[in-house]
Design a protein. Structure first.
Ligand code: UDP
Ligand code: MG
Length: 314
């Protein structure tokens, strides 16, 4: 099979049938063999009923994975990729904000360029409020400055990739998933194409500002251990300040022969110094914790794009 569309669905009862009919219209015209892997992410509405109806009526190219509760879009994408059978896999939302026509363009790019592994769409123009755009662009600056992984501004999960990429993504078994980071971490040759986000076909977005903020923090924590180094930096600053304080205040006391004050100076100096030493110690523990954290994620040590064996190997 050529293509699997992985579609996470959470309370999308009004959209799934429409989504499928649009996909069918576009892909039948192209003559691709394709399937839709719908992942019902514990919807509270009749999404599952709608999906089962589609499954009964459609061309036999619908696969449904239904979760026992809401696990979130990241988990839904993982499950969809795991169950997809196509040579190419496309991550796409159920609300038709991302058009199937764009997927055709992605597939064509992958067909004509064998050296490409992934074609990802990025939003050329954001339709969101100024404040949200401000937070989002600063989030990209922040995460890129504290993480070794590169995050492309405006890149969405909307992308099509080869099976090799899918297998690499599945080999990242971490529980707190941040797919923008995972897809960048695994490497491979990715091309970014601009696309225009459409209005939602029906229903409303599941993302509130609070949820987005939490997601951003999760993303930083999943791809950076820089916050664990904050105590070390603060501790060093405090220790340096303590010595400066001792030097300056001590000198003033000596010059003005105010020996009463020297005792206070020493006490404050020791307080600052001990505080600094404690923070540095916490930072050292943080360093080890960071290493344990990285190890605990059990990420693959490397991902090979290809291995070329010797010609006369038997
Ligand atoms: N979604 C999901 N689980 C969730 C939240 C969202 O599977 O907990 C799905 C949702 O059904 C949609 C896609 O993820 O297909 C994107 O969600 P949404 O449209 O709410 O996000 P937005 O487009 O506003 O970023
Ligand atoms: Mg949407």
């Amino acid at each position: 099979m050529k293509l699997s569309l992985v579609v996470p669905c959470y309370n999308e009862e009004q959209n799934v049938a429409l989504f499928y009919s649009e996909v069918k219209r576009v892909f039948d015209a192209e003559g691709y063999s394709y399937e839709c892997v719908f992942v019902n992410d514990g919807s509270a509405d009749n999404t599952l009923g709608e999906l089962k109806k589609l499954h009964a009526e459609a061309d036999g190219n619908i696969r449904i994975v239904s979760f026992s509760r809401n696990f979130g879009k990241e988990a839904a994408m993982y499950a969809g990729i795991e169950h997809a059978k196509g040579d190419l896999i496309c991550l796409i939302d159920a609300d038709l904000q991302q058009r199937p026509e764009v997927v055709v363009g992605m597939v064509k790019r992958l067909d004509e360029a064998p050296e490409l592994d992934c074609v990802a769409a990025f939003q050329a123009e954001r339709r969101e409020s100024g404040l949200l755009t401000f937070f989002k662009s600063n989030f990209y600056k922040l995460i890129n400055s504290v993480s070794d992984t590169t995050f492309v501004q405006g890149a969405s999960d909307f992308r099509t990739f080869r099976r090799s990429v899918a297998e690499a993504v599945l080999s990242m078994g971490e529980y707190h998933r941040f797919s923008k980071g995972i897809l960048s971490w695994v490497g491979f040759n990715t091309e970014y194409i601009p696309y225009e986000v459409q209005e939602r076909a029906a229903g409303e977005s599941k993302w509130s500002f609070k949820k987005l903020f939490k997601y951003a923090i999760d993303g930083i924590m999943a791809f950076s251990t820089a916050p664990l180094a904050i105590p070390t930096v603060l501790g060093i600053i405090m220790a340096v300040v303590s010595f400066l304080y001792l030097g300056i205040d001590g000198l003033i006391s000596v010059i003005s022969s105010d020996f009463e004050n020297i005792r206070d100076t020493l006490i404050i100096f020791l307080l600052l110094l001990i505080g600094g030493i404690q923070l540095i110690s916490i930072g050292i523990i943080g360093k080890y914790l960071a290493k344990t954290y990285e190890q605990g994620k059990n990420r693959p040590i490397y991902i090979a794009r290809e291995v070329i064996e010797p010609k006369n190997d038997d």
